[in-house]
Design a protein around this ligand. Structure first.
Ligand SMILES: Cc1cc2nc3c(=O)[nH]c(=O)nc-3n(C[C@H](O)[C@H](O)[C@H](O)COP(=O)(O)OP(=O)(O)OC[C@H]3O[C@@H](n4cnc5c(N)ncnc54)[C@H](O)[C@@H]3O)c2cc1C
Length: 513
């Protein structure tokens, strides 16, 4: 194995040291122990450019001179891909905050970016991309952004229980900053360590403790964003307002299609005084759903309440044979004690038996572990998870229909589900599938067939096609079913009004946008 060698270091404005490393033909840029970029992993950087630029290239009425702003040079993959797609008339500005990164692209990394930096279509701006956008001097056909450098903790206010962050702040770091003062954001998506607070807003995310602490829309206090016309808005004021429509909801879930989120203020909680764990085993999914409904409709709110079908229960713990329900109770000690006792009584009345609470402890310790995709793909298998939601009287039909339908796919090894977010009127389901198609050439079609079957089954029973992962491209073509023709038209009207040139995340969320 060729050892890594350190080629250069550079200070990042605001703190931190970038290190440029080389191992044979492979390059890596690291910040501290985190690898920011690796020359072997360039697909997403390239896709960022090709998806947006292709859209501009084939536009019916192309602007005379397509103008693109790329936020961050990195290893130059995005720039190189943009130049490949765009014609000779294009004008590309690359804003790079760290001058050394530009020097590296001209020096040791020159082979990776080809002659990109010498291309007459390119201008390098050594400075903050935010300054360029805020200056509003130039109109862009597309802005390709990496917001991870906007990562400041702006303030923590223990009196009003508020904390403000730059939108690119890593979720786990944001939580650690408030936890140091005995507070919590209360939002733990499984992706907490790999997602940003702005991303939480953009995707209308949901944390694992949502049943008591709410989803991101219940936690956000205000949102700061830059609209496609360069206008800067701060949406949200005070603990609550009755001042027309809540415009924060335009940005929440907009998936980057209506503007760039630059800052977020969350309404915090004090760290819980007490925590208790409990687990039960229901004889079947229907009985478990019914118990969960009884619990929340009686007014109890364990922050975590998750129910796994038989297959997933066995995977969770070999001792389990039926459908396990895991709970984490948090809050003032007296409330936790009362909740544990009341739920035990409700379970007993429903003839749902207690299960060992150490299963919950194990879940807490391992809850963010995700198996590597390589191991699955290398075996010519496809697997994924798809989350949906439905009202109480529909959820079991969605579950049975989707799982039955998944199992009919040739080569289906597993079709299962668990619920993880509970509401007074219903809950979500998180389906997992694994398929080993008889012919590896069918891997892609089997994958999309599984998605289709889950979404079709959910739609048939009137459920929502996404509980918290958002729409992106995978579910975009189901948006008419989700919103209805009128709702989709309304969304298109809003998009057209805010982003008339379609520069914000083309192809995401809205069909044909
Ligand atoms: C292993 C794994 C587990 C996950 N678990 C959960 C979970 O438990 N709960 C949950 O809700 N989600 C989960 N997700 C989905 C995802 O991580 C979250 O939705 C998260 O909120 C996305 O944030 P991000 O910073 O990673 O955004 P990205 O993935 O980088 O971006 C998501 C979308 O938001 C847009 N966007 C991001 N930042 C901004 C910004 N500042 N301004 C405008 N648009 C922006 C992007 O353009 C993109 O369209 C999971 C994902 C993975 C891979």
């Amino acid at each position: 194995m060729i050892p890594w060698s350190l080629l250069d270091t550079a200070q990042v404005p605001g703190g931190g040291e970038l290190r440029l490393m080389q191992r044979g033909a492979e390059f890596s840029i690291k910040l501290g122990t985190d690898e920011l970029m690796n020359s072997r992993l360039s697909a997403t950087e390239q896709a960022l450019a090709t998806i947006a630029c292709e859209k501009i290239r084939i536009r019916k009425r192309p602007s005379k001179r397509p103008s693109i702003l790329i936020g961050g040079l990195g290893m130059g993959f995005t720039l190189r891909a943009a130049l490949t797609v765009l014609g000779t008339e294009a004008h590309i500005i690359v804003a790079e905050l760290v001058p050394a990164v530009v020097a590296w692209a001209r020096g040791p990394l020159a082979k990776l970016s080809g002659d990109s930096l010498a291309d007459p279509r390119v201008r390098i701006h050594e400075g903050d991309v935010g300054d360029l956008i805020r200056s509003g001097r130039l109109a862009y056909d597309a802005i390709l952004l990496d917001v991870s450098a906007m990562d400041a903790v702006r303030f923590i206010d223990p009196v009003n229980l508020l904390a403000g962050f730059d939108a690119g702040k890593n979720g786990a770091e944001a939580e650690a900053a408030v936890a140091a003062q005995g507070l919590t954001i209360g939002h733990w998506p499984q992706s907490v360590a790999i997602s940003s607070v702005g991303g939480w807003i953009a995707t209308r995310a949901s944390g694992q403790f949502s049943t008591a602490y709410g989803n991101i829309e219940d936690i956000v206090h205000s949102i700061e964003a830059v609209l496609p016309n360069g206008e800067f808005v701060v949406l949200g004021k005070g603990p609550r307002a009755s001042a027309g429509p809540d415009l924060r909801n335009l940005i929440m879930g907009s998936e980057g299609t209506l503007g760039v989120i630059t800052g977020v203020t969350f309404s915090l909680r004090r760290a819980a005084e007490a925590r208790a764990l409990s687990a039960f085993e229901a004889p079947d999914m229907t009985t478990g759903f019914e118990l969960q409904r009884e619990i929340v409709q009686s007014g109890w709110r364990p922050p975590v309440m998750r129910q796994y079908d038989e297959r997933e229960s066995r995977r969770l713990d070999g001792r389990l044979t039926k459908c396990v329900i895991l709970m984490v109770h948090e809050g003032p000690k007296a409330l936790v004690e009362a909740e544990v006792a009341a739920i035990a009584a409700l379970a007993s009345k429903a003839e749902v038996l207690p299960a060992p609470a150490d299963i919950v402890e194990h879940w807490l310790d391992h809850r963010n572990n995700v198996p590597p995709w390589d191991a699955i793909l290398d075996r010519s298998m496809v697997a994924d998870t798809v989350e949906v939601s439905a009202d109480w009287d529909r959820i079991n039909s969605v579950y049975v229909d989707a799982v039955t339908s998944l199992k009919e796919i040739p080569g289906c090894l597993a079709g299962s589900a668990h619920s993880s977010h509970v509401y007074r009127s219903g809950l979500n389901l998180y389906f997992t599938f694994a398929i080993l198609p008889p012919d590896p050439a069918d891997m892609e079609s089997a994958y999309f067939e599984a998605w289709r079957r889950i979404l079709e089954a959910t739609g048939r029973h009137g459920g929502s096609l996404s509980h918290h992962h958002g729409i992106g491209r995978a579910r975009r073509d189901y948006m008419k079913r989700e919103l209805g023709a009128g709702g989709l038209d309304l969304l298109r009207t809003i998009k057209q009004a805010i982003d008339p040139n379609g520069i914000m995340n083309p192809g995401v969320l809205i069909p044909d946008a």
